[in-house]
Ligand binder design. Structure first.
Ligand code: ADP
Length: 632
């Protein structure tokens, strides 16, 4: 019998499958089951116009048989089958829809395509050394046997088959040092794969499985222990109706929660569930979950965002990242659309109109749900924000702030006016009339930020201060720029001036009268500070550092830790001395009597100011020596 040759593209594809180093070989089962399900669909549709071709609704089904001795997996369907010509056209050539993707010679690309998209019948060659397909088409009395051991080609011969449909037998490859194909001979493994990939196929997928059960009417007159026997039981492996296909009103909270936990491997129920059916230019269902806690690898680069993408109940992609913006990367869930096709490729996915439309509406839905949670259950929202707030703040800052309008109302902050977190809206609505800016303070913790001298000076005026302690906080606020036309102001900013006119005048006077002393002090510190000056905004504290310009001292500290940003990591600061503190008189006196000691004081005061501002002391040994010098 002459071998028929595969078409060129198919040979390439086959070669890739046979030699695949791809680890996710298990998807072959999903592919064959999807084909079987499609074939049953076709038969069903044809029977609508010609009832003699069809079966009763409940007779349709797919059967899997596993035989350990012959190392075979057999998949049987009672679908439309194939004629001789169809066998050639369909299994001698790769499906038109998929063919374009495999022209690329880049092996890595191809490997990721195997994992992500429908690659069809040939994927069975990843695990099989030989495949036979016995098939009989509807309205045909002849059946055909297709056989192939890979790239060499295939044969088609006539054979017998009682009923229309297709039987595919895969002869598994032998195990090797690196590959264990025998795992697919384990019924439980097959069951697991069906549940993972094909749970929502609309026809039953049945398999005979060994189970043990107590022996009925066993002769147990002496022996009290129950007897067990091993029996074969035909099990339906798939649940057939996806949770998301059901009406939201019919699904209980517990069902959602169980589905979420088992599907996404979380031990905790989600904080919020979004389930809706969208109709319009693209029709789809979404079932999304906002988790309670971040998964263990959330903060590592291993974490991959994405939603599971289904097409008519068949999973086509485990993590479709194009459906989620980075700032909502914590959302888990499922999107199912019949408007997509199984063979959609990664490139077309990104430009795909349907996917973009779905992604847009998903973003809106998530935002609305979070706003609702913020309103309805603040405590839960705070918990959510502790887990994922940093991600939202990065979202505000990244991409030059273009997402800030979507996200700014989702942010909440600690503040000086209470223990709770507040939104920017709440802050601005509660602002006294005289207050013109939104104040914030930054330190390693909210408590330290509250204790900053400048924070206390602002709160003593009756103004609330946002307490920031997350590295990204100040960058996020700088991206938002203003809220309700109120600009943000770091309390340590040199431009912050809450003093009365009278105080301002006296500061100005003191600065002028002592300008030569202040200049000398500044020179002592060199380029560490831009200026040394008196201030009336320090509350009870003797000294403080203030920032000038866009980059605060805290931002500079954070930037300096990020490689590549060192050039920007410079804040212009000024050393401020409390005009109302007795320290002022000592300094003035020293300027007249002991300039050397004044230099020592200046350096110590600078170190103190850094410490009060939450910055580290540059040289603790030198500082300690200087203090001792004053003591002896
Ligand atoms: P795709 O399913 O993406 O079209 P495949 O390579 O998996 O690509 O299958 C090629 C074609 O072979 C299918 O489109 C279908 O026409 C036919 N085919 C595969 N499996 C079966 C089956 N079990 N019954 C009938 N036809 C099938």
């Amino acid at each position: 019998m002459a071998k028929r040759q595969f078409k060129t593209e198919s040979r390439k594809m086959l070669d890739m499958m046979i030699n695949s180093v791809y680890t996710n070989k298990e998807i072959f089962l999903r592919e064959l089951i999807s084909n079987a399900s499609d074939a049953i669909d076709k038969r069903y549709f044809r029977s609508l116009t010609n009832p003699s071709l069809g079966l009763g609704r409940e007779e349709y089904g797919i059967t899997i048989d596993v035989d350990k001795d012959s190392r075979t997996i057999t998949i049987t369907d009672n679908g439309c089958g194939m004629t001789d010509k169809e066998l050639n056209d369909n299994l001698g050539t790769i499906a038109k829809s998929g063919s374009g993707e495999f022209k690329s010679d880049n092996k890595d690309d191809n490997i990721s395509i195997i994992g992500q998209f429908g690659v069809g019948f040939y994927s069975a060659f990843m695990v099989s050394r030989r495949i036979t397909v016995t098939t009989r088409a509807l309205e045909s009395d002849t059946a055909y046997l297709w056989e192939s051991e890979g790239v060499d080609g295939y044969t088609v011969t006539e054979t017998e088959k009682a009923q229309p449909g297709t039987v595919i037998v895969m002869y598994l490859k032998d195990d090797s040092e690196n590959e264990n194909y025998s795992e697919f001979l384990d019924g439980y493994r097959i069951q697991e794969l069906v549940r993972k990939y094909s749970d929502y196929i609309r026809y039953p997928i049945r398999m005979d499985m060994e189970t043990t059960r107590p022996v009925e009417n066993a002769d147990d007159s002496d022996d009290k222990a129950p007897k067990y026997e091993t029996v074969m039981e035909t099990r339906t492996l798939n649940s057939m109706v996806p949770l998301w296909h059901r009406k939201a009103a019919d699904v209980t909270e517990e069902e959602y929660s169980n589905f979420y936990k088992s599907h996404f491997y979380d031990s905790e129920a989600p904080v919020r569930t979004i389930h809706s059916r969208m109709e319009g230019s693209v029709e789809y269902e979404m079932l999304l979950f906002i988790p309670k806690n971040a998964p263990y690898n959330y903060h590592s680069k291993d974490y991959e965002k994405g939603l599971q993408l289904y097409c008519n109940g068949v999973m086509i992609m485990e993590k479709c990242s194009d459906l989620l913006p980075d700032y909502f990367n914590f959302v888990r869930g499922v999107v199912d659309s019949s408007d997509l096709t199984l063979n959609i490729s990664r490139e077309t996915l990104q430009q795909n109109y349907q996917v973009r439309t779905i992604a847009k509406s998903i973003e809106k839905k998530i935002k609305n749900e979070l706003m609702k949670l913020q309103k309805e259950d603040r405590e839960k929202y705070e918990e959510f924000f502790k887990a994922f707030g940093t991600q939202l703040k990065f979202g505000v800052y990244n991409d030059f702030g273009i997402h800030k309008d979507v996200l700014k109302d989702l942010l909440v902050f600690r503040c000086t006016s209470g223990e709770r977190y507040i939104t920017l809206k709440e802050y601005t609505e509660a602002m006294p009339e005289a207050q013109s800016e939104i104040y914030y303070a930054f330190a390693d913790t909210a408590e330290l930020a509250a204790a900053l001298p400048r924070t206390q000076a602002v709160t003593s005026k009756g103004y609330d201060v946002l307490l920031l302690s997350d590295d990204i906080d100040e960058f996020a606020l700088s991206a938002i720029e203003s809220y309700s036309d109120k600009k943000f102001r770091n309390v340590t900013s040199g431009e912050l001036d809450l003093s009365s006119q009278e105080e301002k005048d006296s500061v100005k006077k003191a600065n002028e009268e002592n300008s030569s002393m202040l200049t000398l002090m500044q020179e002592t510190l060199g380029d560490k500070v831009k200026a040394v000056r008196f201030s009336s905004s320090l509350g009870d504290n003797p000294v403080s550092l203030s920032s000038e310009g866009y980059i605060s001292a805290e931002m500079a500290r954070i930037l300096s830790r990020m490689p590549g940003n060192e050039a920007f990591a410079h804040a212009d600061t000024a050393l401020e001395i409390n005009i109302n503190h007795k320290l002022k008189d000592s300094l003035v006196k020293l300027y007249d009597e002991d300039k050397e000691k004044l230099g020592l004081y200046t350096k110590i005061l600078y170190a103190q100011a850094r410490q009060i501002s939450g910055l580290e002391i540059e040289n603790p040994v030198e500082l300690s020596n200087m203090i001792c010098q004053l003591m002896v």
